[in-house]
Design a protein around this ligand. Structure first.
Ligand SMILES: Cc1ncc(C[n+]2csc(CCOP(=O)(O)OP(=O)(O)O)c2C)c(N)n1
Ligand SMILES: [Mg+2]
Length: 356
């Protein structure tokens, strides 16, 4: 299969394209379409709430995902339960799509621990978020290689940003994936920026997808604001990996509508009108639902209210919990105890200030 890096895969009409083509019926069931839309609404609702919680000092720094809902939901929805996911700090919608309790995401943002403490480590399929850029990519390849040695029918998908493609770990991971034909998918959300650095200053490569060619793996560009196209492309890449075809680098072209994090001010480095050049992924999906399943404002209102209720309940659950014991910071760092732990434990003050 040759790399499709010169074209961009699209299924949904853009808002400007008017109506969906009624001659070509959607290959997606109504249930799938609704699930893909409702999960995006949940993600948007969660994102807005998280920004508000940060402003009130109830959670720490938060990386908003607005504009990237279709990319994250479409990609995570394509995974099977047994597949592995290695997300980044912006991939909250991937967690929600995988069915992780919303309250666990809030608990993490409150600094009260990580949902990993409540999972059976031997069966961990959704890894904790990674903040050091691109470090999760070699891990994903290692998991994929291990699975193929053991004959397990699973794929490891790592999420990354456009900026991550300039890191050494990215190149090492793709090289290993190519040489060892690892069942891995690298899902790159090209959201236009790495904090304040625009994509054109990040790499002189015409596309990110074409970087796949150098490692002998597949490369695909997809419209990242088109949830159906993303779902399709990721499903194909997973299938390709599952059938022994090796890894794929997917470039989902999208746009970060908000700031890098709640401590960033994008007005300093980008034109505020720039956002208008991009269609909102939720509007895209909603327009399609109106055309193909007769979606109404009342239907939409119901979905939005349900999302509000779920998010509110999650915040209440997370806030009702108590802070974890300071000693738990040593858990899950190494598989077992570390020789330095006894000394480090002694350094913990008797009455540590762990509350903010
Ligand atoms: C190894 C490393 N270097 C630098 C940083 C600081 N940093 C945090 S986010 C970021 C930008 C990453 O951009 P991109 O990969 O496009 O992801 P996005 O934030 O756009 O989702 C940088 C440089 C870091 N977290 N890790
Ligand atoms: Mg980026």
């Amino acid at each position: 299969m040759a790399s499709h890096v010169d074209e961009i895969v699209r299924v949904l009409p853009t808002v400007e394209d008017d109506e969906a083509d009624e001659e070509s019926p959607t290959p997606f069931s109504e249930a799938t379409l609704l699930e893909l839309y409702e999960t995006q609404v949940l993600a948007r609702t969660f994102d807005e709430k998280a920004i508000s919680l940060h402003r009130q000092g109830r959670i720490g720094t938060y990386a908003p995902l607005q504009g990237q809902e279709a990319a994250q939901v479409g990609a995570a929805m394509a995974l099977r339960e047994e597949d592995y996911l290695f997300p980044t700090y912006r991939d909250h919608a991937m967690y929600l799509t995988r069915g992780l309790p919303l309250s666990e995401v809030v608990r993490h943002l409150m600094g009260r621990g990580n949902y990993v403490d409540r999972q059976d480590e031997s069966d961990l399929r959704t890894f904790p978020i990674t903040i050091p850029i691109a470090t999760q990519l070699p891990h994903a390849v290692g998991i994929g290689m291990g699975a193929s040695y053991k004959g397990d029918d699973v794929v490891a998908m790592a999420s990354l940003g456009d900026g991550a493609t300039s890191e050494g770990d990215f190149h090492e991971a793709l090289n290993f994936a190519g040489v060892f034909e690892a069942p891995a998918v690298f899902f790159c959300q090209n959201n236009g920026y790495a904090i304040s650095v625009p994509r054109e200053r990040q790499t002189a490569s015409a596309t990110i997808a074409q970087k796949a060619d150098a490692y002998g793996i597949e490369g695909v560009r997809v419209d990242g604001n088109d949830v159906l196209a993303v779902y399709d492309v990721v499903t194909d890449a997973l299938q390709h990996a599952r059938s022994g075809g090796g890894a794929t680098l997917i470039e989902a072209v999208t746009y970060r509508r908000g700031p890098h994090t709640t401590t960033d001010d994008p007005d300093v480095y980008r034109d505020e009108d720039e956002c208008e050049e991009w269609t909102d992924p939720l509007e895209r999906t909603r327009g399609y639902l109106e055309d193909v399943v007769g979606w109404t404002e009342a239907d939409d209102q119901e979905v939005r209210e349900r999302a509000q209720e779920r998010v509110q309940a999650a915040v209440e659950t997370a806030e009702a919990e108590s802070d974890p014991e300071p000693e738990t910071m040593f858990d899950h760092v190494y598989a077992g105890d570390h020789p330095r732990y006894p000394h480090q434990r002694e350094q913990l003050p008797d009455d540590p200030v762990v509350n903010h």
